[in-house]
Design a protein around this ligand. Structure first.
Ligand SMILES: Cc1ncc(COP(=O)(O)O)c(C=O)c1O
Length: 412
């Protein structure tokens, strides 16, 4: 007898951690649209439209703005494995777990990885990054914008320019920060950027939008190679070493997007999804989206402080879409999270590395960065803490509500 199980029927949950978050219902609807063949002119048009939309999300004129199928680290891997030639020096300023991930991926690509580190909860000055560039003379600088593990947002407005001045390629992982924090790629002179949908873009994880300059594209084309089974007659490969991954070979992926070279089978529903995520943000306005996250962050911080809780990190450099809060000594952090999830249906985040058991991370991201969900989360966090025996001066709801009221966004 085959076992079929019941249909998928997830329990209702409000995902207020550091991502993923609840997808915008419009995105879920777009994902259920019927599939097309990937060389159908209608689908090729959807691909071109998606590129136009993501150029606006990245605030770039980069022709090379496209999607990598896979979770956000697919975008990271595609850029790093396609750019790094074994032995290349790659500099990674590490300010949290995702800086370590960049080191790990770069070292698997054969890079000679050099790091500078700063305490979790802080960011780098542009001067510190420049000094490290002068010392290590890297080919590539790889850095996160928002490292969700620490809730910090690295200022990048000068970093791209510094890299260009020193002839270094800059790569930014903005998975967690895009659309909730400013990232004007061209104005900041960033050479390559990858992101994900599962944070402020309001979608599920599963595709990674990326953008890079013509100068980066020229380097990739030096490694141009086509699989034997589909090589045209007289094919001449690039002079550089072949990119060691087939799936993440950006030179072939560029040709797939530009001329329809046969590469992977398209994750069609994810392209529909990415297109709808971008449409939603751009309909609201990129500036307005960032402002909504800023107000959400203010409200979240006001509410948590009013409960008497202490916020984590260098707050002027905090991401606008996630807040770190010290777990009060009086409670067992994991037990409180369990109560929140199983009795109130709200998920908040635990932490990594040195912050395990020290802070919780509470998100206000994408579709969930809205007044109703932030007020509900604060009320329930306070209720859970009280159930675990704490006495609080306030549940933080009125204080958070006041932030929305000051912004003219309340009914009362
Ligand atoms: C800054 C950052 N980079 C990379 C990732 C990895 O993304 P994924 O799990 O989608 O591969 C995450 C996930 O949370 C992230 O926050």
């Amino acid at each position: 007898m085959p076992t079929t199980f019941a249909p998928i029927n997830p329990p209702p949950r409000l995902l207020m951690g550091p991502g993923p978050i609840n997808a915008d219902p419009r995105v879920l609807r777009a994902m259920s649209a019927q599939l097309l063949g990937q060389y159908d002119p209608a689908f090729r048009e959807n691909m071109r439209e998606t590129q136009v939309l993501f150029r606006q999300i990245f605030v770039t004129e980069n022709k090379w703005t496209l999607l990598i199928d896979g979770t956000s680290r697919a975008g990271i891997e595609a850029i790093l494995v396609s750019l790094i030639i074994p032995g290349d020096v790659v500099l990674v300023p590490v300010f949290g777990r995702f800086g370590h991930l960049l080191c790990e991926i770069a070292s698997r690509c054969g890079a000679d990885v050099r790091t500078i580190e700063t305490e979790w909860g802080t960011v780098f000055t542009p001067e510190a990054v420049e000094a490290a560039i002068v010392q290590h003379r890297p080919k590539l600088l790889a850095i996160c914008q928002g490292d969700t593990s620490t809730t910090m947002c690295q200022p990048l407005d000068r970093i791209g320019k510094i890299c260009r001045a020193h002839g270094v390629i800059s790569y930014v992982d903005a998975t967690a920060s895009i659309c909730g924090n400013a990232l004007p790629v061209d104005a900041w002179q960033l050479d390559a950027v990858s992101v994900g949908l599962q944070k402020c873009l309001g979608g599920p994880s599963g595709v990674s939008p990326i953008t890079f300059t013509d100068a980066v594209a020229a380097r990739l084309k030096e490694r141009w190679h086509i699989e034997a089974g589909i090589q045209p007659k007289g094919f001449v490969p690039g002079t550089g070493p072949r990119i060691p991954s087939n799936y993440f070979d950006l030179a072939m992926i560029m040709a797939y997007w530009e001329t329809g070279l046969n590469h992977h089978t398209e994750a069609t529903s994810m392209l529909y999804c990415a297109r709808e995520c971008a449409r939603i943000v751009l309909e609201e306005g990129l500036t307005e989206s960032i402002e909504r996250h800023r107000i959400g962050s203010e409200a979240m911080m006001a509410g948590l402080r009013a409960m008497g809780l202490r916020l984590f990190g260098d707050l002027p450099n905090k991401m606008l879409n996630v807040t770190g809060v010290y777990i009060p000594k009086e409670v067992d952090g994991e037990a409180v999270r369990r109560t929140l999830l199983l009795d109130f249906g709200i998920e908040i985040g635990t932490s990594f590395g040195p912050l395990v058991g020290v802070i919780w991370r509470i998100g206000n991201m994408g579709y969930n960065s809205r007044k109703e969900f932030i007020l509900q989360t604060l009320a329930c966090v306070a209720a859970a803490l009280r159930l675990h025996g704490m006495t609080l001066p306030s549940d933080g709801v009125a204080e958070a509500h006041a932030v929305y009221k000051a912004a003219g966004q309340t009914a009362a």
